[in-house]
Ligand binder design. Structure first.
Ligand code: ADP
Length: 379
């Protein structure tokens, strides 16, 4: 029985009411026994004095009679009050149970169903949301949590779908080429081996990108921030990409004012962002094009612009290109080894520094400008 009560909030509420009522009754009874007779006696004696012996001999007998009938009436009233209080307590605890225990039980069941993988489960929020009490607020938070879980689950499933899709293409090319070689359908030339190598290389890069993505998404890295001149980072990245620019015959200019303040960043991570954005500018700019990297101060931030006159980003794609696996032209990007992860990693890294990254482009063939902001170092 005790174990049963312990597990049920409704019973606990009922018993706590009972306890309060019984305590009240007990104290009333004790007062009736010890306080009222004395007060009664004093009151009657005063009355007798006032009447000045108008009722000789009536004294003690009348007093006892009066007191007995008063006590009976008092006890009767107390019994009725107790019964009414018990009834009210029962009704009230039933009411509170339905208002408190029921929603809690619903939430308990919903959380069990969510744990079993039914992410669409929600609980009902009763009453006006503006004037929500703690229970309704708990229900709102619960639903919000369920929504977030559902979103995470959808993201996870999409990620698995995307990764499978990304892996399938190079794997089937490798498999097809190997089969062709084994059957003697494909010639054993350097070109065939190069094609296979190229696909395997793409797979390796994809796996590396995915590993990095999962690390930045899970924030499983530390930022080693210190004051750095943005020009230093830009020149480092440009130096590493210079040869590829020359080979493709795309011009690369750097225009950074010398009085720019230092930025507060992890230089390795920022170099990674620059390599990605300046590398993309090269990839999506045809031979003969121009790329310019510039920087300027905007309040507490330094803005870095990477402008190219390449293929541009159509307006409808602009909000999506910082989302993983999103590519404007899938076949073109895939052919050049792009996995659509680079800008996603760049966005995470820039945001981890408190900055933002965005693109501006007038549309297809109009070139694009990628800009990211970095906080000025306080020193
Ligand atoms: P990818 O590895 O495919 O380049 P990113 O995440 O770096 O992946 O870029 C995502 C997509 O954004 C690219 O596939 C491309 O469609 C578009 N994009 C990125 N940079 C440029 C650019 N400078 N000009 C035009 N499109 C770009």
């Amino acid at each position: 029985m005790i174990a049963y009560i312990r597990r049920h909030l409704g019973w606990k509420i009922f018993l706590s009411y009972m306890f309060v009522i019984l305590t009240g009754i007990l104290f009333l009874r004790l007062s009736a026994e010890y306080v009222i007779p004395t007060a009664f006696e004093q009151h009657l004696a005063a009355m007798e004095r006032m009447m000045g012996g108008m009722m000789p001999g009536a004294g003690n007998g009348l007093e006892t009679d009066l007191f007995t009938s008063f006590r009976d009436a008092f006890n009767q009233a107390l019994t009725r009050a107790a019964l009414a209080a018990f009834a009210a307590a029962s009704l009230l605890s039933l009411f509170i149970s339905s208002r408190v225990v029921k929603p809690v039980q619903e939430m308990m069941q919903a959380s069990r169903r969510i744990a079993e993988g039914h992410f669409r489960e929600r609980v009902q929020v009763s009453g006006d949301i503006e004037q929500a009490d703690e229970l309704s607020q708990l229900a709102i938070s619960f639903n919000r949590m369920a929504e977030q879980l559902a979103q995470n689950e959808a993201l996870r499933q999409r990620l698995i779908g995307d990764v499978t899709h990304e892996l399938r293409t190079p794997l089937s090319t490798i498999k097809g080429s190997m089969e062709g070689l084994m059957d003697g359908v494909l010639p054993e030339t350097a070109e065939t081996y190069q094609k296979i190598y190229h696909e395997a290389d793409r797979l390796a890069r994809l796996v590396e990108d995915l590993q990095q993505l999962s690390r930045v998404e899970a924030e499983a890295y530390t930022l080693d921030r210190k004051p750095v001149q943005i020009a230093t980072l830009v020149h480092r990245a440009v130096g590493r990409l210079g040869q590829q620019y020359e080979e493709k015959e795309v011009g690369l200019r750097v225009k950074i004012p010398s009085d720019l303040p230092a930025v507060d960043v992890d230089d390795d991570r920022m170099e990674q962002v620059l390599m990605n954005v300046v590398g993309n500018a090269l990839q999506y700019t045809p031979a003969g094009g121009e790329v310019e990297v510039s920087a300027h101060r905007e309040g507490r931030f330094v803005h870095v612009d990477v402008r190219d006159d390449g293929i541009g980003v159509p307006l409808e794609h602009q909000p999506h290109i910082f989302t993983r696996f999103y590519r404007v032209d899938k076949s073109r990007s895939r052919a050049s080894g792009g996995s659509g992860i680079g800008l996603t990693i760049a966005r995470y890294l820039v945001e981890a520094h408190g900055g933002e990254i965005w693109v501006e482009s007038a549309g297809r063939g109009q070139g694009s400008t990628f800009t990211f902001s970095l906080p000025v170092s306080p020193e």
